[in-house]
Write a protein that binds this ligand. Structure first.
Ligand code: AMP
Ligand code: ZN
Ligand code: FE
Ligand code: FE
Length: 290
């Protein structure tokens, strides 16, 4: 591997553009359609993107078609939540076969539970004299996968919170009173589902998750890579995760975790995974399939 350097700056036109391997669309909790995500990726000069919606692969066909038109490689992905007794970690699967049955069935079950969870969170809020109709939240989610960001939007528009942060602090955060956990996969189950679908499992945003002690066991369970490229970390963090990946024989992935206007719309492409790292991940996916 050529010497990798820390660079969270914008793309320079003399380079290949790199890849952003962690993006969300309206099919989960992003604001852009899959086609718009690809168009925007082209505008910022990316060569490849991974579409990694939470618990759904519904946006992939549209994104792949648009990618073929615009000359951007769209790598099929998904972001799964897994939990242990301490909390939740996110595992991104990339290079997955979204038609694989066991994965598709499990995603359907998780999505069904997400809708029930919105009703449960509404009940908890009602117990605090906060009146949010679950149907309103499902409407806000539209064709997306309903979750806490949509619930937060409903709370804000009904005047119960001034902004997103307040909605999470008072009601929806992991330690707040209206929080209901999602259908729970163990980390090993998440990795197995992804491997069965021919994909590479990637530990998402490790600095945010703050569970580095899990990495040896995850690697043992089949984790293929970690997100060493991430927009919200500094150069020392980057080198720390680079070393950690090396120690455990893991590939290098990463991305902006772009959600469009739901968070910071300028994030797309703020992280550039070198294409040689993408090729290494592709080889790992081929090895999974053998
Ligand atoms: P869900 O998948 O429904 O549990 O929603 C998770 C999403 O909620 C995450 O991807 C974040 O975008 C957002 N989120 C979780 N905790 C917070 C928080 N404390 N403040 C702001 N956003 C949060
Ligand atoms: Zn999200
Ligand atoms: Fe995540
Ligand atoms: Fe994400």
């Amino acid at each position: 591997m050529a010497n990798l350097h820390f660079d969270n700056s914008a793309w320079r036109p003399d380079e290949d553009g790199g890849a952003d391997l962690h993006l969300h669309t309206i099919r989960s909790d992003g604001s852009a359609t899959p086609g718009q995500a690809v168009e925007k990726a082209q505008k910022v000069g990316l060569s490849a993107i991974g579409i990694t919606d939470h618990d759904t692969t519904a946006g992939l066909p549209h994104a792949i078609r648009q990618g073929e038109k615009l000359g951007i490689e769209v790598i099929p992905g998904v972001e799964l939540s897994a939990s242990d007794h301490v909390g939740e970690i996110h595992i991104v699967g990339i290079f997955i076969d979204s038609k694989e049955k066991a994965l598709a069935n499990k995603l359907r079950e998780i999505r069904r539970h997400r809708r029930e969870r919105i009703a449960e969170m509404s009940e908890r809020l009602a117990g605090m004299d906060v009146d949010v109709d679950p149907d309103t939240v499902l409407e806000i989610a539209g064709r997306g996968n309903p979750g806490r960001p949509h619930m937060a939007a409903a709370l804000i528009s009904a005047g119960y919170a001034a902004n997103y942060n307040e909605a999470f602090r008072r009601y929806l955060g992991d330690n707040a009173p209206a929080y209901v956990p999602k259908l729970s996969l163990s980390p090993a189950e998440a990795i197995e589902l992804i491997a069965n679908a021919g994909g590479v499992s990637v530990l998402a945003h490790p600095l945010l998750t703050n569970r580095d002690e899990l990495i040896p066991a995850l690697a043992e369970a089949g984790l293929g890579a970690i997100e060493v490229f991430w927009a919200q970390q500094n150069e020392a963090d980057f080198h720390y995760y680079l070393r950690l990946a090396h120690t455990h024989g893991l590939g290098l992935s990463g991305g902006s975790d772009w959600h469009g206007a739901w968070k910071d719309d300028s994030y797309l492409g703020r992280v550039r995974v070198p294409l040689e790292c993408v090729e290494r991940l592709r080889e790992l996916a081929h090895a999974v399939r053998l």
